[in-house]
Design a protein around this ligand. Structure first.
Ligand code: NCD
Ligand code: ZN
Ligand code: ZN
Length: 392
């Protein structure tokens, strides 16, 4: 059979290494079917799902339960994160082969996972296999409490860049001491990129992620979107946003931090409204559009969304259109233009901060392991067609 891709771009399936699909425990926001359907529609063929579910993925039992619950629902391939707690140091290390990475929250966000004290942080860094990815949410809890307690109703003042810098500096120092690899989730400021760059110069094995939210939106959008623009870490200044683009070579991965919350939840008063926005369906479109404007190359997208995630998370059967690897393929019409709408969002929560954004570059067909799974707006595969990834 011949695949006629005349006029289309042939890309490897995108790997979103940072999603929150809320299964189990938050399935009114998202479940593994709606989340992976949204992924497919966005040209994402592999997702790595975060552990801040309910219960959190923080023990062997919770990991098994989660795997059993999501397997019959997934329509793209998936791997799971294991969540660090104060006490699960040995258990995390024992389960390292079965997960994509460990996630350690140094600052509180959605869910109950949080490790702030030096002993458990240091022990996790030392004990979790040193070559296996350890991903940190780097915001410092003490300073978050302090600035939050100042009563600011402005999210980016309650969670200032200083909080991120403090946590990042701690994580880098402990990674240097232990000699382990470290991946920093959602970096948002120029200073963080500088700290990461300097650490690398000294030989610290640190990689980092940015999200499309922080590449395409600023605190101005937070004013406009209100609670719908509330996210941890917050949207930053346009200076910081421009710095992310200027230092793009320092950024290893783009992950969406897809964190759906219902309108009902977002419409509560500021203090009660949860943080996070959808993203898995709009990442590739936004990046393709940026490519059409000359902001980056398509090769740079593939590097950040396929090649580097495969390396950092040691994904065994995934490749960038390589012989012998899974045939995860996305066909894109680079000329087709359209507008992102809330109605087109397959995520259960049904909204996106990018509603109204004009896009040039449309996902037309998506193949997962050689099977045509998405065709011009239609999902063609049944729940359960997605498989767990394997690790090297
Ligand atoms: C995430 C969520 O809702 O799960 N929220 C967010 O604001 N980013 C959690 C996280 O990644 O910190
Ligand atoms: Zn986070
Ligand atoms: Zn997240």
């Amino acid at each position: 059979p011949v695949l006629d891709a005349t006029g289309l771009l042939v890309l490897p399936g995108m790997i979103d290494s940072h999603v929150h699909f809320r299964d189990p425990g938050g399935t009114h926001k998202e479940d593994f079917l709606s989340g992976t359907q949204a992924a497919l529609a966005g040209g994402v063929t592999t997702v790595l799902d975060m552990p801040n579910t309910n219960p959190p993925t923080d023990s062997r039992e919770h990991l098994e339960e989660k795997l059993a619950q999501i397997a019959p629902k997934a329509v793209v391939d998936y791997g799971l994160y294991f969540g660090a707690t104060d006490t699960n140091i040995e258990e995390a290390a024992d389960l390292a082969d079965r997960v994509a990475a460990m996630k350690l929250y140094m600052g509180s966000s959605t869910g109950s996972l949080l490790v702030t004290e030096f002993p458990p942080i240091y022990q996790h860094f030392s004990t979790f296999p040193h070559q296996k990815a350890l991903v940190v949410h780097a915001e410092d809890e003490q300073s978050l409490k302090y600035f939050g307690a100042q009563g600011s109703k402005i999210h980016n003042q309650a969670r200032p860049p200083l909080s991120a810098q403090i946590a990042l500096s701690r994580a880098l120092a402990i990674a240097e001491k232990t000699g382990r690899v470290l991946h920093i989730a959602h970096t948002t400021t120029e200073r963080e990129l500088e700290l990461i760059y300097e650490a690398r110069q000294k030989g610290v094995r640190v990689t980092c992620e940015v999200t499309p939210l922080h590449l395409f939106l600023t605190e101005e959008a937070q004013q406009r979107l209100g609670n719908y623009g509330k996210v941890n870490p917050p949207l930053r200044s346009s200076r910081d946003r421009e710095a992310l683009w200027r230092h793009f070579d320092i950024i290893d991965t783009i992950g969406t931090d897809h964190a759906p919350h219902t309108r009902e939840e977002k419409d509560q008063p500021y203090e009660k409204a949860p943080s996070g926005m959808t993203g898995v369906q709009t990442m590739l479109p936004l990046l393709l559009n940026a490519a059409s404007e000359g902001r980056l190359t398509v090769e740079a997208i593939v590097q950040r969304c396929v090649v580097n995630p495969i390396r950092i998370f040691a994904l065994a059967n995934k490749g960038a259109l390589e012989i012998g690897k899974d045939a995860d393929i996305v066909l894109v019409n680079p000329q087709e233009e359209y507008e992102i709408t809330n109605e087109s969002i397959l995520s259960k929560c049904g909204w996106t901060p990018f509603a109204g954004t004009r896009i040039k570059g449309k996902v037309k067909q998506v193949f997962v392991r050689g099977e045509l799974s998405y065709d011009d707006g239609k999902i063609l595969v049944q729940p359960g067609s997605g498989r767990q990834v394997r690790y090297r």
